[in-house]
Design a protein around this ligand. Structure first.
Ligand SMILES: Cc1cc2nc3c(=O)[nH]c(=O)nc-3n(C[C@H](O)[C@H](O)[C@H](O)COP(=O)(O)O)c2cc1C
Length: 195
């Protein structure tokens, strides 16, 4: 079985440290045999979640994003923490993708149930985005995604990358390989339905 992973960052800005971290994890996962689709949440132009919008005209961008989630075994996510939690852009994407479509039951959670996630954060603080990743772990667990126990935090991330966007320290680079391996292993064991 070829494990299919969807990779995205919780920051949309150009020069995002988390986007750089994500790309290193994507390279590790590909080297270990996974098929990885990388997306940028900015490209989906999701409106803020609104129940009226959901009822009257479920946004096509949300439908497209959800379809991508459904079509993969798991996720690689690198996100900064904003004010001690997940970023609003990431939470909004998760909220839309968690909603039922096409006659699904309210608790179908087809974008998340039985999927696997590997989490990372790069932060300018000494704590490496730990609070955001911890919240994200809880959110994904609530919607039935198995989150790998491994995670990669890069503190003081503004000084952590060299001019080629490689990590200067060996340890986080090694941890990225371990995270990618665990996500692939979990996805293989779970063999969730895709599509
Ligand atoms: C609204 C906002 C809130 C932030 N809150 C935190 C925080 O709680 N903890 C932290 O470590 N960094 C925080 N930061 C700083 C981010 O770590 C820093 O901007 C980082 O570079 C963002 O990731 P990016 O480079 O991937 O965009 C915050 C930044 C913004 C814009």
């Amino acid at each position: 079985m070829t494990v299919k992973l969807l990779a995205f960052a919780g920051s949309t800005r150009n020069g995002s440290l988390n986007q750089a971290l994500l790309e290193l994890a994507v390279a590790e996962a590909r080297a270990k045999g996974a098929e990885v689709t990388t997306i940028k949440l900015k490209d989906f132009a999701l409106p803020l979640y609104d129940g009226d919008l959901e009822r009257d005209a479920f946004p096509q961008a949300a439908r497209d994003l959800k379809a991508l989630f459904v079509a993969h075994h798991g996720f690689l996510i690198a996100s900064p923490e904003y004010n001690g939690s997940v970023t609003s852009v990431l939470k909004n994407a998760i909220d839309w993708a968690s909603r039922p479509t096409d006659g699904e039951s309210l608790v179908a959670l087809s974008a998340f149930r039985g999927k696997v996630a590997g989490l990372m954060a790069a932060s300018i603080s000494p704590f490496g985005g730990l609070r955001g990743v911890t919240h994200l772990r809880q959110i994904l667990g609530t919607i039935q995604t198995i989150v790998a126990t491994e995670q990669v935090l890069v503190p003081a991330a503004h000084g952590a990358f060299d001019e080629n966007w490689a990590l200067k320290e060996a340890l986080p680079a090694q941890l990225l390989g371990g995270l990618a391996a665990r996500v692939i292993d979990l996805a293989t064991r779970l063999e969730p339905p895709v599509g």
